[in-house]
Design a protein around this ligand. Structure first.
Ligand code: NAP
Length: 350
């Protein structure tokens, strides 16, 4: 039962993104009126799939232009909304030239900008922020300082900086500031979703999202000689979308929520795809020896510090709170990655 009035619009920022598109689809299918923000309405290839979603759904979608770094940018789209789902934030970990401009400023100032507008918009009752497990931990080796051997919602990333893991740093300071801002008023409350690495079928044919780029790399031969000896915490994009919606509409839900189905090794992904698709793709056959990564790592944008703190270190998450508070039932990672590759293939993206 939703405590959000279904007759009023719901704002989803970053509507054209991989995760936001699924949030919008599920909301439209459930009859909600959605206001989505995109950076430009002129970029038709980024929004075409959103317009298609509306065609077969009972809900209604209106798109607005807004940029994280433009003050008051979200004002029109937020007008009349009780619920704001703030997903927009740059997500990439490779090819960073200026971490402050490309990641930190849009994440932090963008969140402040959206929350400033929530403060001015008297209808807003709840904000759901898309954070990340990157706000919970910085490097795999941080697990050594966690009692019980699993990260949970009490943990915060204290090891990332603007120079080491700047994406993780951007998500950490943006989330921290959101918790500061919610405490300075008492009209709206804040719920946070902290997903692991999100995989699963995309609703658009965009390939610039980090999740999609990674999955394409697994099947298009980029890692044919071997994958790095790394562990990932995987979660299905559809489960992440449902978690945002449940966080938005379940009155008693509260706090941060780690969203991770399973923590696995890169070779587990390769093996699952080998079993399913056999020789169809140029899949990785083994993990690269770690000494080799130290040699080639810097050319692949892996710093030695990153390798030292992450290679070969397993880590895990406690996902119990997301199940209890939001009722999430996780899809197994084998289904997630299989259906992701099937979508990429169907859409001619491999
Ligand atoms: P995505 O497909 O790259 O979406 C990112 C969205 O942010 C896009 O809609 C993008 O707009 C928007 N954006 C970036 N800079 C912006 C700016 N200056 N002004 C307005 N909008 C801007 O990535 P995603 O995976 O869906 O990520 C969505 C959120 O989930 C992010 O907050 C990310 O940190 C978080 N997250 C993702 C994962 C994951 O594995 N995918 C895991 C944990 C958390 P354009 O469409 O115009 O580019």
């Amino acid at each position: 039962m939703s405590f959000i009035d279904k007759k009023k619009p719901i704002l989803v920022t970053g509507a054209s993104g991989y995760i936001a598109s699924w949030i919008i689809k599920l909301m439209l299918d459930d009859g909600y009126t959605v206001h989505g923000t995109v950076r430009s309405l002129q970029q038709k290839e980024k929004i075409a799939h959103l317009l298609d979603l509306e065609k077969n759904a009972p809900g209604k979608l209106t798109l607005f232009e807004a940029d994280l770094l433009e003050e008051e940018s979200f004002k029109e789209a937020m007008t009349g909304c009780e619920l704001v789902i703030h997903t927009a934030s740059p997500f990439f970990v490779q090819g960073i030239k200026n971490a402050h401009e490309q990641l930190i400023k849009p994440a932090l100032e963008g969140t402040q900008n959206v929350l400033d507008t929530a403060n001015e918009t008297t209808t807003v009752k709840r904000v759901v922020l898309t954070s990340s497990v990157a706000s919970v931990f910085g490097d795999a080796i941080d697990i050594k300082n966690v009692s019980g051997g699993k990260f949970d919602e009490k943990n915060w990333n204290i090891t990332s900086t603007d120079r080491h893991q700047p994406y993780a740093y951007s998500k950490t300071i943006a989330e921290k500031d959101a918790w500061r801002m919610v405490n300075e008023q008492d009209r709206w409350d804040l719920l946070v979703i902290n997903p692991g690495f999100v995989m699963g079928p995309s609703l658009s044919k965009r390939v610039d999202s980090t999740s999609i780029d990674f999955m394409r790399s697994m099947v298009n031969g980029k890692f044919a000689t071997g994958v790095p000896d790394l562990y990932f915490s995987i979660v299905d994009v559809r489960d992440v979308a449902q978690a945002h919606i449940n966080a938005g509409i379940m009155e008693k839900a509260s706090g941060r929520h780690i969203l991770v189905a399973e923590s696995i090794h890169t070779m587990d992904i390769a093996k699952t795809l080998q079993n399913k698709f056999e020789k169809k793709y140029k899949l990785p056959k083994a993990a690269l020896p770690n000494f080799m990564l130290y040699l080639v790592g810097p050319f692949m944008n892996f710093s030695w510090k990153y390798l030292k703190r992450n290679l070969g270190v397993p880590y895990a998450f406690d996902n119990a709170y997301s199940k209890k508070d939001l009722g999430i039932v996780y899809k197994p990672f084998t289904q997630t990655i299989t259906e992701h590759v099937e979508q990429l293939d169907r859409d001619g993206l491999i």
